[in-house]
Design a binder for this molecule. Structure first.
Ligand SMILES: NC(=O)c1ccc[n+]([C@@H]2O[C@H](COP(=O)([O-])OP(=O)(O)OC[C@H]3O[C@@H](n4cnc5c(N)ncnc54)[C@H](OP(=O)(O)O)[C@@H]3O)[C@@H](O)[C@H]2O)c1
Length: 300
């Protein structure tokens, strides 16, 4: 049976992917920054550190790996981590994979990566796609727009704001689009690509496309909120987010994230890769969705 190494099995998408890999009988190793986090898989998986500071050790860790599934990235720039550093670290990982003789890489990117973008997230992802291709390791690049499901951040926190704020704000006119994919569908797609012997680039978008207006209003309706939903300037929306960030000791939303969303970068004109509808999932989970705030920084 093939050995698959996956980043972040104690994190979000890595956890669901690991569950499914084990079910399919794969030998799994995770490489993680979170050796301290609870390991729900016990001794069913091997656990190693993301050895960015020690490329030789990293190569050793990746030896015997058939497929590397790489989800590693950072959501925003912070005093403790940056996109630039994540690009540098990922290159170290890809070089180590090459030296270790990894046979395939499934690399998670983003919809609309662009090396000329002024948004570091989209620029860094584009740079890494190029770097991966020049390693000449067979690859699949999977480009999600946004993930939803148990433990997600964006969709849950929209619901949290609807529940907890007197008025819900939408950045600008809210006509830009978003295509959330269910985290389990995403995990299955990663495994399908791990099994695909061809190079491939796939947009990981869900079964439904919403304008941001529709998304917020749909979630509000499902969780039974009748609070006013109004369009506000992105500037005001950002500052409300900033106040929530300081209360929650988190980074709720950043200016580049608002810009990426409003520039329609979480939308592609393509076929859905996921089958689960956000509306169906939200309906099933309406009693818990957004009850508690999902805190990105507390996961670090
Ligand atoms: N979540 C979304 O809605 C979404 C949307 C578009 C694209 N994506 C892409 O999908 C991939 C997986 O996302 P995910 O939400 O499932 O990620 P995740 O589980 O939170 O993290 C994936 C990996 O990155 C590491 N990581 C994340 N933030 C870090 C930080 N601040 N410092 C150091 N390491 C960090 C994690 O470290 P640990 O090993 O310590 O857990 C884990 O190994 C990412 O490449 C992301 O860019 C996600």
């Amino acid at each position: 049976m093939k050995k698959i190494t996956i980043t972040g099995a104690f994190g979000y998408s890595g956890k669901y992917t690991t569950q499914k890999l084990l079910k399919k009988g794969y030998k799994v190793q995770t490489i993680t920054n979170s050796l301290n986090k609870k390991n729900p898989f016990g001794n069913k998986i091997e656990v190693s550190k993301l050895e960015f500071k020690n490329p030789e050790k990293f190569t050793e860790i990746l030896q015997g790996t058939d497929v590397l599934i790489n989800t590693y990235w950072v959501r925003f720039n912070h005093k403790k981590f940056t996109h630039n550093k994540a690009v540098e670290n990922t290159k170290i990982m890809l070089d180590a994979a090459k030296k270790a003789g990894v046979k395939k890489i499934v690399h998670v990117s983003i919809t609309n990566p662009d090396k000329n973008s002024d948004l570091e997230y989209f620029k860094g992802k584009a740079e890494l796609e190029e770097y991966l291709k020049q390693t000449a390791i067979p690859f699949s690049i999977v480009r999600p727009a946004v993930l939803f499901g148990e433990q997600d951040i964006l969709i849950n926190n929209i619901a949290w704001m609807i529940r907890h704020m007197p008025i819900m704000g939408i950045f600008g006119k809210g006509e830009y689009k978003i295509q959330p994919i269910y985290v389990h569908d995403f995990a299955e797609l990663l495994i399908k690509e791990a099994e695909n012997e061809q190079n491939n680039i796939v947009n990981a978008i869900g079964a439904e496309t919403f304008t941001y207006n529709e998304l917020v209003k749909t979630i509000a309706k499902i969780i039974g909120s009748k609070k006013p939903i109004i369009n506000v300037s992105p500037w005001l929306g950002y500052w409300v987010g900033k106040i929530i960030s300081s209360i929650k000791k988190d980074v709720t939303i950043t200016r580049p994230e608002i810009k990426g969303l409003m520039d329609n970068l979480l939308y592609v004109d393509d076929e859905p890769a996921g089958k689960t509808k956000l509306t169906d999932w939200a309906e099933k989970n309406k009693n818990t969705l957004g009850k508690t705030y999902s805190n990105e920084l507390s996961r670090r």
